[in-house]
Design a protein around this ligand. Structure first.
Ligand SMILES: Cc1cc2nc3c(=O)[nH]c(=O)nc-3n(C[C@H](O)[C@H](O)[C@H](O)COP(=O)(O)OP(=O)(O)OC[C@H]3O[C@@H](n4cnc5c(N)ncnc54)[C@H](O)[C@@H]3O)c2cc1C
Length: 467
């Protein structure tokens, strides 16, 4: 029996890392501080809790980088993806899940595994010296005591920025004589439906009034630590987007394209607010892209200006949160170990990836690396042409760690095709007369190359394990 590995944090990354270890017959002790200690965002005791949206984003492996990452994880025996697939909900082209069913499935898989021991405790300082292999996967809301200890060890300042929660509305309070169900371009998603979103239309006068209200609305006061912190561009509060330009929202989260109201088929709305199903019962729906730092009372007043939401009852209102992540390109080696203390390996959002899927993917890699190390096998890294490899390169190598003036430039990143090495044969040719065909062909070629390279990598690792 191999010696155990300690995993700190039973979120998306820690749960996946633990699963990869025990799947390689390496015992795990998983330390999770909930329910003894809580974070600002988690609401349950379950492992792999989804703290905000219930979406794993696009499930299109051929044309979308996160869809490709889903597929790579499935092929690499991911617990997170298996549970997501078992609890998926209708959501157009996206993979959305019933959050409770999903996290209960992950919790049960680990709790029932004979090689897993789950300890409900906060690790409030550096792990004891006797723990010779540790994966730290404590996430964006790492407890202050542990964060302080890591900061003291690394000597690097943490960077905080805003992450934002979008409001959730009770389905029964939405006026369906104004709104309608439709996915953009009627696209059929993995859940099987093509009418998975509730759409609320705004005409020009309603849109203008809404933008005015957003800009004038009372915001949560900045705390001292927030004032000098940049927003994460993918997670901008809607009122900040509105302040950047009156049309920004109509071209972003409120874009009306691919949607047509059966109530008024001859009128094209100026903007559309979309809501996506948030629980299995279909009773709760979240406002897509509506993260905000407006005060709660203002959110209720302003969001009830949206046609169809005049009587909206909110199960949860939007909010702002601290994120915690390392300057990974400087601190971590290629297998996610801390260069100055290689018994510590990091995984998940704390390494500087962004999102549930990316965090779980880095947990998967950390688990595989730790298992190989424990079993005395060579550490094989995923090819850089795969989505796994592209993400790993972003956090451990492929990013400049400092800009000219010495400021730290490393920022969390979602997976995207911009992180992938270019195709050796150059860009595919554009089909004559077909707009966007070159971009599409490029994505499809990158995806096909990634999956072929991934299969070779996984087969090589399997052969090493069998030898
Ligand atoms: C408010 C908020 C909203 C977000 N919304 C989204 C979203 O909509 N979509 C998306 O893709 N991503 C979202 N994210 C990012 C999301 O948190 C991460 O993508 C993902 O949960 C990170 O996975 P993780 O495993 O790294 O951390 P987590 O899933 O947060 O897991 C970390 C775990 O470690 C535990 N822990 C912390 N400190 C200790 C300690 N000292 N000892 C023991 N246990 C500890 C925590 O209790 C937690 O269970 C959001 C983040 C926040 C903060």
């Amino acid at each position: 029996m191999a010696k155990e590995v300690h995993v700190i944090g039973g979120g998306l990354a820690g749960s996946e890392a633990a699963w990869q270890l025990v799947s390689a017959a390496v015992p795990v002790t998983l330390h999770e501080m909930r329910p003894t200690c809580r974070t600002e965002a988690h609401q349950t005791d379950a492992l792999a809790e989804l703290v905000c949206s219930n979406s794993f984003r696009s499930d299109d492996a051929a044309n979308n980088a996160v869809g490709l990452l889903h597929e790579e994880m499935r092929r690499a025996n991911s617990l997170i993806m298996a549970a997501a697939d078992r609890h998926k909900l209708p959501a157009g082209g996206a993979l959305a899940v019933d959050r409770d069913g999903f996290s209960q499935e992950v919790s049960a898989a680990l709790a029932n595994h004979p090689l897993v021991t789950i300890v409900r405790e906060e690790i409030d300082g550096l792990p004891p010296a006797g723990w010779d292999s540790v994966i730290v996967a404590t996430g964006p809301l790492t407890s202050p005591a542990l964060a302080q200890a890591i900061q003291t060890l690394t000597g690097q300042a943490e960077l905080a920025f805003f992450d934002a929660i979008a409001p959730i509305v009770h389905r029964e309070s939405i006026d369906m004589s104004v709104c309608w169900l439709q996915s953009r371009y009627d696209k059929v998603g993995p859940g099987g439906g093509n009418a998975d979103y509730i759409n609320c239309p705004l005409d020009k006068a309603q849109y203008d009034a809404f933008i005015d209200a957003l800009i004038a609305g009372e915001k949560t006061a900045f705390k001292e630590w927030e004032a000098s912190t940049p927003y994460f561009e993918g997670c901008l509060p809607i009122e900040v987007m509105a302040e950047r330009g009156r049309e920004t929202l109509a071209h972003g989260p409120m874009k009306p394209v691919g949607l047509s109201s059966p109530h008024r088929p001859d009128t094209r709305p100026c903007a559309v607010v979309q809501l996506r199903q948030d629980n299995a019962l279909g009773t709760l729906w979240n406002m897509v892209g509506f993260q905000t730092k407006l005060k709660h009372g203002e959110q209720v007043r302003i969001f009830r200006m949206i046609p169809g939401l005049e009587q909206a009852e909110f199960a949860r209102l939007g909010g702002l949160h601290l994120n915690t992540f390392l300057n990974s390109p400087v601190l971590l080696d290629g297998s996610l170990r801390l260069k100055d203390d290689p018994r510590l390996r990091f995984a998940g959002q704390i390494t500087g990836v962004e999102g549930y899927v990316e965090s779980a993917a880095i947990g998967l890699l950390a688990g595989r690396f730790a298992a190989a190390e424990r079993l005395g096998r060579p550490l094989s890294s995923p090819p850089p042409t795969t989505a796994f490899g592209a993400l790993l390169a972003h956090i451990t190598g492929g990013h400049l760690s400092q800009e000219g003036d010495g400021a730290r430039s490393f920022q969390p990143m979602n997976v995207n095709f911009g992180l992938f090495p270019p195709l050796p044969a150059g860009e595919p040719r554009r089909e004559k007369g077909v707009r966007g065909s070159r971009t599409l062909a490029r994505k499809q070629a990158l995806s096909a190359r990634a999956l072929a390279d991934l299969d070779r990598w996984l087969a090589g690792d399997a052969a090493t394990a069998a030898a």
